[in-house]
Write a protein of this length. Structure first.
Length: 136
């Protein structure tokens, strides 16, 4: 699994970047491309969610829901959509190429649905490992 869109202040994993760095990376997507990106992100399979929220550090508004979604190869926090939509941030290049390669068409296969629990377990192990190695 590859991880994209994680902010250190929310989820301190190895692949996460700071909020400041995330919003610095501006993109100038045309309307159609932006629409395709947002559609792809919103159509991901929800791996897990919980009662809670993330707060936008600049606008001080609450972002909901809290959760993580996947296409079977990539995992992203559900707040990633919000920051792309509200701050015109640039999507990770490798992830963008992946979405582009599949025509921005995210299909939830039976195989992906069956692996949902395995993906959740993998994420929890990764998050625990990254938290335990923090500061080493």
């Amino acid at each position: 699994m590859k991880y994209v869109g994680f902010i250190k202040e929310n989820t301190n994993i190895k692949e996460a970047i700071s909020f400041e760095d995330m919003i610095k990376s501006k993109a100038d997507y045309d309307h159609e491309t932006l629409k395709k990106i947002k559609s792809y992100l919103s159509n991901g399979l929800l791996v897990f969610s919980w009662m809670g929220y993330t707060q936008d550090p600049i606008k001080k508004v609450f972002i909901a829901p809290d959760g993580y979604s996947t296409d079977g190869e990539w995992i992203w926090p559900d707040y990633y959509y919000y920051y792309i939509d509200n701050y015109s941030i640039e999507v990770d290049r490798e992830f963008f190429m992946h979405m582009s390669k599949v025509g921005f068409d995210l299909k939830i296969s039976d195989k992906l649905l069956e692996s949902q629990g395995t993906i959740e377990d993998e994420m929890q192990k990764k998050f625990n490992k990254d938290q335990n190695t923090k500061g080493e």
